[in-house]
Write a protein of this length. Structure first.
Length: 415
């Protein structure tokens, strides 16, 4: 128990696993130093939760941050292709979406990304894995922009910048050198998409390059896998086997994996076992495509699954506002996860499960954890998803976030 004054005191908080008993949370030097009933101590600032829910801040493990608000810069041809029957034209959609890169420049990416980051802070989404395309068209403009925004929001929203080979490596000569340069510039994560290559041998070369690069920079790996309606597409399995072979268990994150919807049951069973062995988490974005990973079966098989925003007003999705309870609300309908225990799991998929997927440390509401918290206007997880409204207060690194400032940066009400 601390005896000195603390920086911030949250009073009358209802914790997710608190059994209905209200608690106070004392915070100093960016960390939780005490949790208990009726903490009487001096504080630089006090927040009264009024018996409402207080949880760890939200986590978005998948956002194409270099592309936010680019939909007005192109036609709807890409989204039409991506949503084609059976996702048979997913690769075509990626090629169509590349039109936005003709004028790719950090000067306009930065304000778009800044707006998305402010929206994240406003909604209590304080941890983001943000993708920046790296290829001969986009060059390194997206990486430059996201690194700049990462530093601008340091201490408010933590951003992991992913150098992402969106258009391939073998089919895009020169992208490999740019990827290495992006990591040397300060990108945090190596991003790949092996299924986009022309054949299995090229997909394997793509995958191996990404792991080589990650090992060179001691970085995690994030890959968009099997994002197409083809049951023969199995780059998820290939990534899991590569992670095991290289001792990269727990450091390779799989995104989308939509072809899984078409896998036969016997193969899915084998795959789940492999994913557990490699400690690979899956990020599913069921609201942005007609197929999605088999979330229920994965969870039932002991595989960690979380949710991502994926897109904000770009070639693949016209909506999005970095509001993770909204994403969980949509997922509850698409996945038919509406029982009380399932709703609790959905909330984990935007908090603790997503934190595990991104290898966040000191995450949670326990003494010693980093003080990254949301103070909601609702008393329960189900009500939080029902309304998916901005939190009453957001605490980042032990400090109250200036929500009025974030609302201004997010251009709320300006279209």
């Amino acid at each position: 128990m601390t005896s000195e004054a603390v920086d911030l005191l949250v009073k009358n908080a209802r914790l997710p696993n608190g059994g209905g008993v209200l608690s106070d949370i004392a915070i100093s030097d960016g960390a939780i130093v005490e949790i208990g009933p009726s903490i009487e101590i001096g504080a630089g600032a006090t927040v009264d939760a009024r018996g409402h829910l207080v949880t760890p801040s939200y986590v978005n493990a998948h956002l194409h941050l270099c592309k936010v608000w680019t939909l007005p810069m192109m036609s709807e041809a890409a989204i039409e292709a991506y949503h084609a029957k059976g996702m048979s034209e997913a690769a075509k959609a990626i090629d169509l979406a590349a039109v936005v890169k003709a004028n790719c420049d950090a000067s306009w990416i930065i304000p778009n990304a800044r707006r998305a980051m402010a929206l994240a802070a406003l909604h209590g989404n304080l941890h983001i894995r943000g993708f920046a395309d790296v290829d001969t068209k986009a060059r390194l403009e997206g990486v430059k922009a996201l690194i700049a925004v990462r530093e601008e929001f340091r201490g408010i929203v933590d951003l992991q910048v992913v150098a992402f080979a969106q258009d391939g490596l073998i089919r895009e000569p020169g992208a490999d050198a740019l990827m290495r340069e992006a990591m040397a510039m300060g990108a945090d994560v190596v991003g790949g998409i092996p299924w986009i290559e022309a054949n299995a041998a090229d997909a394997d070369a793509h995958l191996k390059f990404c792991f080589d690069l990650a090992a060179e920079f001691d970085a995690d790996v994030s890959m968009l896998l099997d994002d197409v309606g083809d049951p023969n597409m199995k780059t998820l399995e290939a990534m899991a086997r590569e992670a095991l072979a290289r001792g990269y268990e727990g450091r390779a994150l799989a995104h989308h994996c939509r072809a899984m919807a078409l896998y036969p049951e016997d193969y899915l069973g084998e795959l789940k076992q492999l994913l557990r062995q490699a400690r690979i988490s899956i990020v599913s974005d069921p609201h942005t495509g007609p197929l999605h990973a088999r979330v229920r079966e994965l969870l039932g098989g002991g595989v960690n699954v979380c949710l991502g925003q994926d897109d904000i007003s770009d070639a693949y999705y016209p909506f999005g506002r970095n509001n993770m309870p909204e994403v969980a609300f949509l997922a509850s309908h698409l996945l038919w996860m509406t029982k009380e225990t399932e709703i609790a799991t959905l909330y984990e998929m935007i908090t603790s499960r997503a934190a595990e997927a991104m290898n966040l440390r000191q995450y949670g509401v326990e003494v010693g954890c980093a003080a990254n918290l949301v103070v909601l206007d609702q008393p329960s997880v189900s009500e939080a998803l029902r309304f998916h409204s901005p939190p009453a207060a957001v605490i980042s690194h032990g400090r109250l976030v200036d929500l009025d400032s974030m609302r201004e940066l997010a251009q709320i009400g300006r279209g």
